[in-house]
Structures are given as structure tokens and as C-alpha cells.
Design a binder for this molecule. Structure first.
Ligand SMILES: [Zn+2]
Length: 240
């Protein structure tokens, strides 16, 4: 999976098919044989370089593979039955989608539609079984509605587009799972985090305040805490 996530991270923003061509060196374009494409091991074996052209393989590739593997280990259920397997797949897929979104947004400042659709379908499948339809529809409507309204008002007053479409769609998808109140928390906390860390980033990087920066990672950090650490998140809310 980690290896596949690397394929998504490289190909989705470049709009290359994720099926064909087979894995290739991004420098010399030669097809990589299977034995040079074994997660982690090949990177160590090749000492982080393409065997033919010698270009450095970025360290983020093995890091994505390692992180994905570690998270899968952490999520593995203690007992294997159908319910536990479904729960494992559900959370592991959420993690994978978040991880791909996070890295692509930092690198390219886009949240690919395909990942947003994947998340929406995953959350929808969960909520249609576990929740009342009013709960998840209102979550999705509020998740899209509030950011859309804020972006529109911001545009009217400044003639600048604040949030990207990908951010708004991501909020909408999250609303399906987190419900109306949950997604309001996501919006509030991510904006708060974005304002603090984004402000710091502008100070440190000495970029102008009009320089756009990726907002998706803030949404993902907050949603990650809400979904994977719901009790701790509720406790934080309690103190505020
Ligand atoms: Zn090469």
C-alpha cells in the first residue's frame, strides 16, 4: 500500500494514469524491474539511487512506505473476524487517503478530486449503515455550505479566492462521517490552526502574506485527531 501511495502522490497531480505505465525512473524514464521495486528493501539495496542513471531517489519514497507499514501494524486488530477486518480496512483507507492528500497538497497545493470522492464514498458507506440520514446529509451540507459562504463573502470583500474547491469538497466529505456538529469543529479548529501556523510560516519563510499556502494539511490534522482520537478530542473540547 505504501508503494501504491507513492504512485498516487507522484501521478495524481501530474494527471498520469495510475495503472499504466509501470513504475519508471522519473529521471531516465526507464521501467523499473520488480526486484528494484520492493518497498524499503530496494531503496536500501540501491543505496537510494537509480541503478542506471544514478539520480537520487527522494527520501520521501521510503518514508511513505515505512509510515504506511507502521500505521497498518498499529491498526491491526487483536482478533480476526469479519467486523474487525472491516473496521481495520475502513480506518486504514482513511489514513491512506489523508496521507496522500496531505503530501500532494504540500507539494502541489491541490487536493485531488479522486481522493475526495474516495473519502466521500468511504464515509457514505459507513454513515448509511451506522447513522440516521438527516445526520449525514446535514453534515455534508454544513461541511460544504459554511466554507462556501465564507469563501464567497471573502471574495466579495477582497476580490480574492480564499479556500480552494478541494478544501470545500474535503469538508463536505468529512461532514458525511463527522456529522453537523463534528464538521463545524473541523472547520473552526482547522481555520484556527491555519491562522496560527500559516502566520508563523509567513514570518519564517519571509513570504508575502498574499502568497498562497496549502490549507488542506490543517483540515487533515484536525480531522485525523477527530477520527482516530475521538475521546481525546472530546476532552480537549470539554476544556475550551
Ligand atoms: Zn534513472
Amino acid at each position: 500500500m505504501g508503494s501504491f501511495l507513492n504512485v498516487l502522490i507522484y501521478r495524481l497531480p501530474r494527471e498520469i494514469s495510475i495503472v499504466v505505465p509501470r513504475s519508471f525512473c522519473t529521471n531516465c524514464k526507464r521501467t523499473i524491474p520488480w526486484y528494484e521495486n520492493i518497498p524499503l528493501f530496494s531503496f536500501l539495496f540501491l543505496k537510494g539511487k537509480c541503478r542506471v542513471c544514478g539520480v537520487r531517489i527522494p527520501w520521501c519514497y521510503p518514508l511513505v512506505e515505512l509510515t504506511t507499514g507502521l500505521v497498518a501494524c498499529l491498526l491491526i486488530p487483536s482478533q480476526w473476524n469479519l467486523e474487525n477486518i472491516l473496521v481495520f480496512i475502513f480506518y486504514f483507507y482513511i489514513f491512506c487517503a489523508f496521507f496522500v492528500h496531505f503530501i500532494i497538497d504540500i507539494k502541489h497545493r491541490i487536493l485531488p478530486n479522486s481522493i475526495n470522492i474516495f473519502l466521500a464514498l468511504l464515509f457514505f458507506a459507513h454513515s448509511i449503515i451506522m447513522r440516521d440520514w438527516i445526520w449525514w446529509t446535514s453534515g455534508a451540507v454544513i461541511g460544504c455550505g459554511i466554507p462556501l459562504l465564507v469563501t464567497w463573502l471573502f471574495y466579495l470583500s477582497t476580490k480574492k479566492v480564499g479556500l480552494g474547491g478541494g478544501d470545500i469538497k474535503l469538508y463536505g466529505a468529512l461532514g458525511l462521517y463527522l456529522g453537523p456538529l463534528g464538521v463545524v469543529h473541523t472547520i473552526t479548529f482547522s481555520c484556527f490552526l491555519g491562522a496560527i501556523l500559516g502566520g508563523l510560516w509567513i514570518l519564517i519563510s519571509k513570504k508575502g502574506k498574499n502568497e498562497p499556502f496549502a490549507f488542506g494539511p490543517f483540515i487533515i490534522i484536525v480531522a485525523f485527531c477527530q477520527i482516530f482520537f475521538p475521546e481525546q478530542f472530546a476532552r480537549v473540547l470539554f476544556f475550551l
